[in-house]
Design a protein around this ligand. Structure first.
Ligand code: S3P
Length: 417
């Protein structure tokens, strides 16, 4: 089975979330083109609407009306499956006036929220979690700027603290152990925030009034594109092009890894606004070789480890993904899921401490049914693992792909034709 042709991935999820959630604090109106179509970003739009903001969907675009911080003083906000919605909202609401309850689905209800709640409390926020997890209660209060040193590189935590910092007295500084995606920082700068990067890489923000840009075109999501591009590197005879992909370097670690493995990757940057974007082609070529993915690279490919692990099963030698323990806290325990589902297909993987080891090349065989744990990135990876095994097994709960890419199945079928 081979993949051949070109496709446009859906609008980037991280950017779409941020536009919707920053509209809670910003004034003005914005026409967002190519807003992410999945259920995750719908949760952020629903939160904006429940807080009193304007959301109008028109075919390819979503029109947002900002609230300039004048939010409904009480609301129950359902964040669905979306950790980004919940964590960024915690930072947005902590400094407003009112009382809110944030809940999520079964998967989100298992995910850690103290990593945001605890540093917010240091700023004076009143935030309660349920034994560290959702639901989260927030009572808005006056905030004080603080210097935060994050224990884990997390764009969601960093973003929540910067958003709280916009509403705090004094200066809020966030320093992370390795650079995570910087979309919040770029958007804040575009919306007029008083934001600076210190020479040591830490971000500093002061109280600011934000204004929405009039128009924003969201490039395609590299984390979605990665599934089909990576599969093209291992399915014999494949050649796939993704058009209009976001190429922000804090997101393209998977391309670095594919290249290190010897894959034939071509990237053409076609624009720089609002962030670098362009076209990416991957062709199945010479046999792939294993490589080491050092921990510093992890934040730039955090959501791509499952599909890269599949690629590693087909590369000669032992690929080591260092420092990937954070995967235990994603929509599922992704570290355990990747290991146990790919092992069921005959792959050789091991976890030692925070590191994942994958031996290859190993021929895969598909059981009748694979388990996704309702995790969209697992479901997409397993569908493609099935193809590597030359099969089309049942993938439990495959509809969960719609969390990030409702059109995944259709796009895949078109490339297989
Ligand atoms: C995201 C950040 C990442 C990523 C998630 C989306 C974001 O999580 O896994 O899917 O939009 O900020 P971290 O908080 O671990 O960086």
């Amino acid at each position: 089975m081979k993949l051949e042709g070109s496709f446009s991935p859906p609008g980037d999820k991280s950017l779409s979330h941020r536009l919707a959630l920053l509209a809670v604090l910003a004034r003005g109106e914005c026409r967002v083109e190519n807003f992410a179509p999945g259920a995750d970003c719908a949760s952020s739009l629903e939160a904006l609407a429940a807080l009193g903001g304007g959301v109008e969907r028109r075919q390819e675009a979503v029109r947002l009306r900002g609230l300039a911080g004048e939010v409904a003083p009480q609301a129950a906000l359902d964040c669905g499956n979306s950790g980004t919605t919940m964590r960024l909202l915690m930072g947005v609401l902590a400094g407003r006036k009112g009382r809110w309850r944030l809940k999520g689905d079964a998967s989100l209800s298992r995910r850690p929220m103290e990593r945001v709640a605890a540093p917010l409390r240091e700023m004076g926020a009143r935030v309660a979690t349920h034994r560290g997890r959702p639901p989260v209660e927030i009572i808005g209060s006056g905030l004080q700027g603080r210097e935060h040193h994050l224990a884990v590189a997390s764009a969601q935590v960093k973003s929540a603290l910067l958003l709280a910092g916009l509403q705090a007295e004094g200066t809020t500084t966030v320093r992370e152990p390795a650079p995570s995606r910087d979309h919040t920082e770029r958007l804040l700068a575009a919306m007029g925030a008083d934001l600076e990067r210190r020479p040591d890489g830490a971000w500093q923000v002061r109280r600011s009034q934000l204004t929405l840009p009039e128009r924003w075109r969201v490039p395609g999501d590299p984390s979605s594109a990665a599934f089909l591009l990576c599969a093209a590197a291992v399915l014999p005879g494949s050649r796939v092009t993704a058009r209009g992909v976001l190429l922000n370097p804090t997101r393209t670690g998977f391309l670095t890894v594919l290249r290190r493995m010897g894959a034939a990757v071509e990237v053409a940057v076609e624009g720089e606004e609002p962030e670098p974007w362009g076209r990416v082609s991957v062709r199945q070529g010479p046999p792939l070789v294993a490589c080491t993915v050092e921990a510093e690279l992890f934040p730039s490919l955090v959501d791509e480890v499952p599909i890269l692990a599949l690629v590693a099963t087909q590369a000669k030698g032992t690929t080591c993904f260092r420092g990937v323990g954070e995967l235990r806290h994603k929509e599922s325990d992704r570290l355990a899921m990747v290991v146990n589902q790919l092992r069921r297909m005959g792959a050789r993987l091991a976890v030692e401490g925070e590191d994942l080891y994958v031996d290859g090349p190993t021929p895969l065989a598909a059981p009748r049914r694979l388990e996704s744990a309702g995790d969209h990135r697992m479901a997409m990876m397993l569908r493609l693992a099935g193809l590597v095994a030359g099969a089309w097994p049942e993938v439990a709960d495959e509809g969960c792909c719609a969390v990030s890419w409702p059109g995944f199945g259709r796009t895949l079928e078109a490339l297989l034709a």
